[in-house]
Ligand binder design. Structure first.
Ligand code: ADP
Ligand code: MG
Length: 143
């Protein structure tokens, strides 16, 4: 199943994150794909809000995963952009998170394609400058 949503402001992208988080279920895994500056953090902030997490979301740059325990469900926010070796994922207990009872969201998941679960929700954000600077095409696919 594939759904395409077009947004024209950060607020709309954030709202989509909120909505997907509100509908998310324990154990669900989202991947988030898109170039730098496309709106992944905007989406993720919304996602956290949708899980009723009040803390600001910071990029887990040096830790690969950041855990938020104060929302409706545990939230595991991964950013694997700087991963050197896929074995680093084992070391941080990756499988315990993604097969756990929280909701996982993995930025740059294309870098760990081989170890993604059998089914997940793939969110891809793309720009199209012909449609304006603030235009984003957001594709949501059930894998
Ligand atoms: P990333 O995390 O993918 O590198 P950010 O979320 O940090 O990107 O930044 C996205 C930037 O694009 C922000 O400055 C945001 O205000 C801007 N922006 C403009 N239009 C949109 C839109 N439709 N959706 C999301 N962000 C947008
Ligand atoms: Mg970001």
């Amino acid at each position: 199943m594939t759904k395409i949503i077009e947004t024209n402001s950060p607020e709309e992208t954030e709202a989509l994150g909120i909505k997907l988080a509100e509908q998310s279920v324990p154990g669900q895994v989202f991947t988030l794909i898109g170039d730098l500056g496309v709106g992944k953090t905007v989406f993720t902030q919304g996602f956290a809000k949708g899980l009723q997490i009040d803390e600001p979301i910071c990029s887990p740059t040096f830790t690969i995963v950041q855990v938020y325990d104060t929302g409706r469900l545990p939230f595991y926010h991964f950013d694997v952009y700087r991963i050197g070796d896929i074995e680093e994922m084992d070391e941080i207990g990756y499988e315990d998170y993604i097969y756990g009872d929280g909701v996982s969201l993995i930025e740059w998941a294309n870098l760990i394609e081989d170890i993604l679960p059998e089914s997940y929700t793939r969110v891809t954000i793309e720009k199209n400058l012909e449609k304006g600077f603030d235009y984003r095409k957001i594709t949501i696919e059930s894998i």
